[in-house]
Design a protein around this ligand. Structure first.
Ligand code: OFO
Length: 162
């Protein structure tokens, strides 16, 4: 059985994962507007992954007999100007999601909800990857910058392969 407190936190996490997808879609839209379709594609793939994360949690709760009452998904909080802004915002957001997962993990340990601890192991690893990949993209981008030069186009083409 999943503990009632962790179950509530997991339902909230579904909302955060769906919000993540919504945020990444906003980033994709921003890049579409700048004719950087590779960057846009990258974030649409990311948005689809976030949906999968939400579904993974949903299935876990449903399998364990917990009701999943869905809340409203907030409007993405974005003020994007520079073409590097989404990259930094993505890292910051992933750090927030990592903290959220770790909070649930901590609660599961506290209430001895071993099922949830085991379930969240995958998310702990996934968050390490998410942060690393967001940081890697920033590092690569910072060597290039926003000028519509050859480097940016090359990176855009590469991101379209994801
Ligand atoms: Fe679901 O990992 Fe990103 O937010």
């Amino acid at each position: 059985m999943i503990h009632q407190e962790t179950a509530i936190m997991l339902v909230e996490q579904i909302n955060k994962e769906l919000y993540s997808g919504y945020l990444y879609m906003a980033f994709a839209n921003f890049y579409e507007g700048r004719k950087l379709s590779g960057f846009a594609h990258w974030y649409m793939v990311q948005a689809a992954e976030e949906y999968q994360h939400a579904m993974k949690i949903r299935s876990f709760l449903i399998r364990s007999g917990h009701p999943v009452a869905l809340g409203a998904i907030e409007k993405p909080n974005t003020s994007l100007n520079d073409c590097g802004d989404p990259l930094h915002a993505a890292l910051k957001h992933e750090q927030y999601i990592t903290a959220s997962i770790e909070t649930i993990y901590g609660k599961a340990l506290e209430v001895k909800d071993h099922l949830t601890v085991e379930f969240l192991d995958w998310f702990i690893m996934e968050q390490a990857e998410e942060e690393a990949s967001a940081q890697k993209l920033i590092d690569r981008f910072e060597l290039i910058g926003c000028e519509t030069g050859r480097g940016l186009r090359m990176l855009d083409r590469e991101l379209s392969q994801r």
